[in-house]
Design a protein around this ligand. Structure first.
Ligand SMILES: Nc1ncnc2c1ncn2[C@@H]1O[C@H](COP(=O)(O)OP(=O)(O)O)[C@@H](O)[C@H]1O
Ligand SMILES: [Mg+2]
Length: 497
């Protein structure tokens, strides 16, 4: 009675608590038994008075209730899910004198079940979205590439330029959307390196000042120093922007609006896993964006991470912002926690695993000469992309051979009458894919410079070890200048002897 984790209780005939064990104090959030004794089960504790009516009815007619699920509100006002079993106490005439029984607290387990269900749902949506986005990315790659190529070919005073700009802008907008989808499905190209979250927050904050109504106060509350996190800086920046723009959209009256961006570090233990299934023990850096806007009800909260879920009007919301935030956090082995109630604002906390590595700032890219005369093998199964590579590279003086899959590339590479200074390689191809080709080449002890071009970053993991020679990654869709830059950088690097 004293030490069990379950609530043991007895009530009088009116339904008022007359006896409780210590576990009841914890479940109902109070310190002393006197706070609970005398409280009416139905009126003071149950959320739904009907639950009490039904239990009372069963006790009267059947003498007992078994494992009935009920919602209660504890003395701190928090809702909890309990399971109750009770037996009637009767006097000799058979009148109900009261009842006693057990209540088991299932709040945590319910929360976990719910999260588990949500996680599975998100997983299947991610699979679908990732597939569509990948195909789209290839299509847009062709459009974007050819538009910028045409612009290069046209004399600078041609009246056709505005049309090409329109095509380019449209394709770029599409590419931004697919990039968000890919980030959500965790297939996006993200080059993770150690970054200081606070620095990225400050940069985003500057940008936000110009996009958010000045009347809204945006406060920074950054803990220093913080450990770094291993993330893609551009994606991190988007996460912050997405959360802050959502906060802005949730504020009806800018004059009263407040947004706070905070960072801090926390160490989670095994016990925290009970609160969130993705919370592995360890050190985390937390990004917290809170607002005093309209908040969300339970129904909305359950769906906010789904891609294309939006409550904003047509043309206003894409419903991709939080999907992207979710995907990026998950990709980095972190997670997102949302606290929100209608009318009470919202708080989004993104947990990123802390890293012990130092931040290394990316060096400025030199934009030197982008031409050359070396010979390049382009391997890609999409004819338009292949031809785009050829057109651009030949335009800049290079000699180009094409192969439509790894098999064809292998044949060209083993033909002694060809010699290639660089291989431009797609990853996903029929017959023989990019990775398989690299494996074959490494078995033959070949030395190559390789430029991997793919829309998927997870395809690019652990490739460095396969190749003896310089390697670089080009994310599809790409701009012509990016391609030329990387090609030149690679060709300037020596091959191992
Ligand atoms: N800070 C917030 N306050 C209230 N509701 C929010 C907040 N952030 C997100 N939401 C809800 O989540 C939905 C999805 O957000 P998001 O994925 O960014 O898409 P979008 O902003 O395009 O609607 C929003 O439409 C809104 O209903
Ligand atoms: Mg949004």
């Amino acid at each position: 009675f004293e030490n069990t984790g379950e609530v043991v209780f007895a009530c009088d005939s009116q339904g008022r608590l007359v006896e409780i064990n210590p576990a009841a104090l914890q479940v109902f959030g109070c310190d002393r038994p006197e706070e609970l004794i005398g409280k009416h089960l139905g009126r003071d504790l149950f959320l739904d008075p009907q639950d009490y009516q039904q239990i009372h009815q069963s006790l009267q007619t059947e003498g007992a209730v078994h494992n009935r699920e009920i919602q209660v509100r504890d003395l701190r006002g928090e809702p909890r899910t309990l399971r109750i079993s009770a037996t009637a106490l009767r006097d000799q005439k058979g009148n109900l004198q009261g009842f006693s029984g057990l209540m088991r607290d299932e709040t945590e387990i319910r929360r976990l079940e719910e999260q588990f269900f949500q996680a599975q749902k998100m997983e299947s949506i991610a699979l679908l979205a990732g597939g569509v986005a990948h195909d789209f990315n290839n299509i847009l790659g062709g459009i974007l590439g050819y538009a910028s190529f045409l612009k290069m070919k046209l004399p600078s005073d041609s009246p056709l330029h505005p049309y090409l700009d329109t095509i380019e802008n449209g394709a770029r907008r599409g590419a931004e959307l697919t990039a968000q989808l890919l980030a959500f499905s965790r297939k996006s190209q993200g080059r993770s390196r150690p970054v200081q979250l606070n620095r990225v927050v400050r940069e985003a904050h500057k940008l936000l000042r110009s996009t958010i109504d000045r009347a809204i106060s945006v406060q920074l509350n950054l803990e220093e120093p913080l450990p770094t996190i291993e993330a893609d800086e551009t994606q991190l920046h988007q996460v912050i922007m997405n959360l802050c723009l959502n906060a802005r959209d949730a504020i009806p009256d800018p004059e009263k609006g407040r947004i706070a961006i905070a960072t801090r570090q926390v160490t989670l233990t095994g016990a925290d896993q009970l609160k969130h299934i993705h919370a592995r023990p360890g050190r985390y850096v937390v990004l917290e964006v809170s607002d005093n806007g309209i908040g969300m009800d339970e129904q909305t909260r359950q769906r906010i991470f789904e891609p294309f879920f939006t409550t904003k009007g047509k043309g206003k919301g894409t419903g991709l912002g939080l999907a992207m935030v979710y995907g990026v956090a998950k990709h980095l082995r972190g997670f997102v926690v949302v606290d929100s109630n209608p009318g009470q604002g919202s708080r989004f906390s993104v947990y990123f695993p802390a890293s012990h590595k130092q931040e290394c700032q990316a060096s400025e890219k030199s934009s030197g000469n982008l031409r050359g005369s070396e010979s390049i093998l382009v391997v890609d199964d999409e004819a338009p992309i292949r031809e785009l590579f050829q057109a651009v590279l030949e335009e800049h003086g290079y000699r180009v051979q094409l192969a439509q899959d790894g098999q064809e590339a292998l044949e060209l590479l083993s033909n002694p009458s060809y010699r290639f200074d660089l291989i431009v390689l797609d990853m996903i191809m029929p017959r023989l894919g990019g990775r398989a080709l690299l494996e074959r080449l490494s078995r033959n002890n070949g030395h190559h410079r390789v430029l991997i071009s793919s829309g998927y970053s997870n395809q690019m993991e652990n490739l460095e070890s396969l190749i003896k020679g310089p390697i670089a990654f080009l994310r599809k869709p790409f701009r012509v200048n990016q391609l030329l830059q990387l090609v030149r950088e690679l060709l300037n690097k020596p091959l191992p002897a």
